[in-house]
Design a protein around this ligand. Structure first.
Ligand code: SF4
Length: 236
């Protein structure tokens, strides 16, 4: 079986195949005839190998996280919360750590805060499923306390590998803790919002945590400014 046919089978089975958007331009995987499948060079072998390699890396990483006991947070979790969304997205949203609901459901940003985040994503002209969402820590924090330095150190490599795999064009740091951790600063949120930052050459915009916005409705106008800044920065 050639690689293009294999790719089509995977798609037909509903198995995600992560393909860089620019590499798919002009390629229609849904309507390639048998004849085309044996003769076409729409996608070359090297590219298919890269796709499969990337998929292997995601699986490896997710398995590693699901079994991780590198810090004490493993003791209090129901399950690890790896990340969700489009692994090939230009947009990556990064929060702090799973909360109670996320721990139960195994997905970041669910519940009321998750719904508001979904609305924020829609305000950017995107759908929740079109961005990739992850947290710095993959296990729930007890009593909603802030993460400890040793926990961030233990878990940080997983997020770093997720960023390397997604290769986003822009990152949104959601909330103070995520922003301070990603930017390695102790500056307050007010000083981090409103200006574009960079990590590893990727533009980063700091936005309010939706849980905070639920408690501080007056800040919603500022949240809209964050979103506009993110859109402008992405377009540059
Ligand atoms: S928080 Fe991260 S490092 Fe700690 S146990 Fe969970 S996955 Fe491992």
């Amino acid at each position: 079986m050639d690689n293009l046919t294999r790719l089509q089978y995977l798609e037909a089975m509903g198995i995600d195949v992560w393909v860089a958007k620019h590499q798919l331009q002009g390629a229609d995987l849904s309507v390639v005839s048998d004849e085309d499948a044996t003769t076409s060079t729409v996608i070359d072998v090297e590219f298919i190998d890269q796709v499969n390699l990337k998929k292997d890396e995601w699986n490896l990483l997710q398995n590693e996280v699901s079994e991780c006991e590198k810090c004490a947070l493993c003791e209090g979790r129901t399950q690890t919360v790896f990340g969700v969304g489009n692994k090939n997205s230009d947009w990556m949203l990064i929060g702090e750590a799973p909360g109670y609901n996320e721990d139960l459901q195994g997905e970041p940003f669910v519940g009321q805060a998750g719904l508001l985040l979904t609305e924020m994503i829609r305000a950017m002209g995107l759908e929740r499923g079109s961005v990739y969402i992850a947290n710095i820590l993959k296990c729930k924090l007890p009593d909603e306390r802030n993460p400890k330095v040793e926990e961030i150190k233990a878990c940080g490599n997983y997020l770093q590998r997720q960023i390397q795999l997604v290769q986003p064009k822009i990152i949104l740091a959601i909330g103070r803790v995520a922003a301070q951790t990603l930017l390695e600063t102790k500056k307050p949120l007010a000083k981090l919002r409103g200006i574009p930052h960079q990590i590893a050459g990727i533009p980063l915009i700091v936005v309010y945590h939706p849980a905070y916005l639920l408690r501080s409705l007056l800040e919603k106008r500022n949240a809209w400014e964050d979103i506009q800044l993110a859109i402008e920065t992405y377009k540059q």
